[in-house]
Each structure stands twice: as structure tokens, then as C-alpha cells.
Ligand binder design. Sequence first.
Ligand SMILES: Cc1cc2nc3c(=O)[nH]c(=O)nc-3n(C[C@H](O)[C@H](O)[C@H](O)COP(=O)(O)OP(=O)(O)OC[C@H]3O[C@@H](n4cnc5c(N)ncnc54)[C@H](O)[C@@H]3O)c2cc1C
Length: 430
Amino acid sequence: MSHTISRRDFNKLLLTGAAGASLGLFGAPGKAFGASKKVVVIGGGFGGAAAAKYLRKLDPAISVTLIEPKAVFYTCPFSNWVLGGLKTMEDLAQTYAVLKNRYQVNVIAETAVAIDPHRSTVKLSGGTTIGYDRLIVAPGIDFKWEAIPGLTESVANTRIPHAYQAGPQTILLQKQLLGMRNGGKVIICPPTNPYRCPPGPYERASLIAHYLKEKKPLSKILILDPKDKFSKQALFKQGWDKLYPGMIEWRAALTGGKVVKIDAAAMTVTTEFGVEKGDVINCIPPQKAGKIAFETGLVDASGWCPINPVSFESTIHPGIHVIGDACVAGSMPKSGFAASSQGKVAAAAITRLLQGKVPASPSLVNTCYSLIGPNYAISVAGVYKLTADGIVEIPGSGGLTPLNADKDQLSEEASFTVGWYNNLVHDTWG
Ligand SMILES: Cc1cc2nc3c(=O)[nH]c(=O)nc-3n(C[C@H](O)[C@H](O)[C@H](O)COP(=O)(O)OP(=O)(O)OC[C@H]3O[C@@H](n4cnc5c(N)ncnc54)[C@H](O)[C@@H]3O)c2cc1C
């Protein structure tokens, strides 16, 4: 998925001043540089909400409209904590009140049903059409329902939840765990790369194990993985051995982890090596960019949206910026922190473009904490910059919890996780 750019193109990307603008590297500056300054943002998740807020902070002369059908947004970060009995759904709830009232973002509770990139308009589910000078598309992910026979959207909504978009899916999985017998088997099937939150399925296994250890200690968790390695693997496995010995089994692709069929009626998962029966099955399908990105032709063959890494402007449709999980942001993982960081970079780039200037070369950040037990967390952090290879992590810029971290360090990481979450949601919606 790495989209390498040529040295010549890279030098072009970093050109500053009028020269860059005259090369037409950033869409249609003539059109954008005018009196209207209207930016429309589709999607009020981590990327879109941060972009809307920061556009208003950076230049109050820009009128910002945010299209998001949900009145309450439940964050995926900390949704595994809900499954572990450590948080409630209310703890995850974010609203758009501050964006509306303090930042005067025009929030419209509808779905964007069509984008016309040539006329620069967005059609809404209520039937109205609105124009824009610049558009930000931040729809998050969609699922490849055709990838696993037997796993349809309706099966996921009733029997085999993915719980990879927080809300009713999280509640369904939680109910199933609460209703499961002591001695039951939970099967978790993580997706193929690339997908939202690489450590997400493994943090989930950890926190479900925490719940089971307390309430249903005879139960087991089986992870059937289509991959042969996963994010922070050594740290997760160490945590599982320490906190939940014998409870979690991880099966790699090579040892029969790849799922080839789901039978929701029989509650079975068929792998290349045999059939497994589960009491609760959490199968997370492979992913692609959100629907509106496909319908607008913003995706390439990878199923994700290629962008100019300076401004996050689409390389397919000028004037439209794609941020968050839906875009290809080099080696940045698809995370809420990354999406929020990209929202700010896109807001800064658009502000400059609307002022007739060329965007500055960005610096992006990602920090990701995973809770393994109530007093046991691990983290990874990195700073990213633009190079000829696209957006890459600056070597030595970040860090990973060391394998020899002691109890106090792991417990400190757990309390930093709470501060990290509170800061991130405040920065995005508060
Ligand atoms: C279990 C789990 C745990 C996670 N934990 C972490 C973590 O600890 N740290 C971390 O950084 N990240 C974490 N993530 C990842 C994080 O949730 C995503 O990377 C992040 O939500 C991506 O932000 P986004 O803005 O791209 O998409 P989203 O946050 O999903 O927002 C997309 C929004 O767009 C809206 N939308 C879609 N289509 C339209 C349309 N046509 N019109 C209008 N609105 C539309 C949707 O309603 C949605 O509100 C986790 C994910 C999961 C599943």
C-alpha cells in the first residue's frame, strides 16, 4: 500500500510560494482564492470533526459546514473497554454542541449522498444541494462484505457483530458476552491488512479476557488470524501470559488462522485447517474506504483514496481533500489520533490555499495506547514527515513500551491512556 512518489514530484510538492501554485499542484487555486471561502466537511468522526474545528480556529472568515447524520458519535477508542466492563457506552459519547456553539460550525445532521466534483456540489439526504470551494471527505471505513462467504451485513447486525464501528455493534457484542455461559468459547477473527486500528482486535481479546477471568473463568478466546504477525505482538503475548495464562490462543494464517467461511446458524467458523464452533463470534471483515469515497471515484485499485501528502488533496479529484482511515497516508496507521492529526494538517493547508498561499510541508503524529488489563497498558508513538517515499515515520522519533517494562511503568501507561483519550476527544470535539 505504500505509494512512492518520484524525487521530481517530491521536490515539486515542497515548492513554496507562487511557483507551487502556478504549477497547479493544489487543485484550482484560482477558483478557491476568492470571496466565498466555503468549506464542506463530510463525516464528523476523528478526522472530519478536527478539520472543521481547526478550520474555524485558523480562519474565522471561512464558513464551515459539517455533514454528519449521527447526533451522538461513539468513539471506537475505548469501545474495547466497554466490552471488558471498564467503561459504559455513555463514556464514549461525543456531540457536536461545542463545534456548533463555540466554533460556529454549521452542523447538518444528514448524509451526503452524492458529490459532483466538477460542479463542486454535495447533495444531501434531505434533498438539498450545497456548494463548496474546498471539500473534505472523512467517511471512515466500509466493509468488504463479499470477502468471507456467509458473513453478510445482516448477519453482522444480528448474530456475528464486527463491533468495528462503535454504537449498536458494540452493544450487540457486549450483550452476547454477558449472555455467554461460563466455559464458552469466544472466537475473534481480525481482518487482513490494511485496516482501522491495527492493535484493536488484540486489545479486544485482552479486555474480553479480563471480563471472562472475573465473571466466567472457565471460558476461552480463540483468535483466528489471516496474518502471521500483528501489531505490538510480543508485548501483547507477554501481557496475555502474565494476566490470562492459558485463556487466549492466537492462531496465525500459517497454522490455520485464515477464515474461509462463516455459518451463523451453526455458529461455526471454517478455516483452511478445519471447523471451529464458537459461543460468541466476533468476525471483523476486511475493509475499504467509506461508501461516498467509492461513489465519487476517489479510490484507486487498493480500495483507499490516494492523496497529495502535503495537503491531503485527492490526486484524482482536485479541490477534494480526503483524511482519516479512508485515505492512503503512507506509513501512518489508520487510527483516531492519526485522523485527528490529518484533520489539522488539511485544515492548515486549506486555510493557506484559500488565502492564495501554498501549504507548508506537514509534520504528523500518532500515539496509540492499548489496554491489556486495568493496570496494564502498552503504547506506540511516532512522528511522521514527508519524504520522497511519501509520509514516513522519522526514525527514532517515537517509542514502544519496552518488553522489560516493570509493573509500575505498565500501570503508569494505563493512567496515561485515560489522559491520552481525554485530550484527544477534547481536541477533536471539545
Ligand atoms: C475497537 C477499536 C479500537 C480503536 N482504538 C483506537 C485507539 O485506541 N486509538 C486510536 O487512535 N484509534 C483507535 N481506533 C481507530 C479509530 O476509531 C479510527 O481510526 C478513527 O475513527 C478514524 O477516523 P475517521 O474520521 O477516518 O473515521 P470515523 O471516526 O469512523 O468517522 C467517520 C464519520 O463519517 C460519517 N459518514 C460516513 N459517510 C458519510 C456520509 N456519506 N455523509 C455524512 N457522514 C458520513 C460517519 O457517520 C462517521 O461518523 C480504534 C478502532 C476500533 C474499531
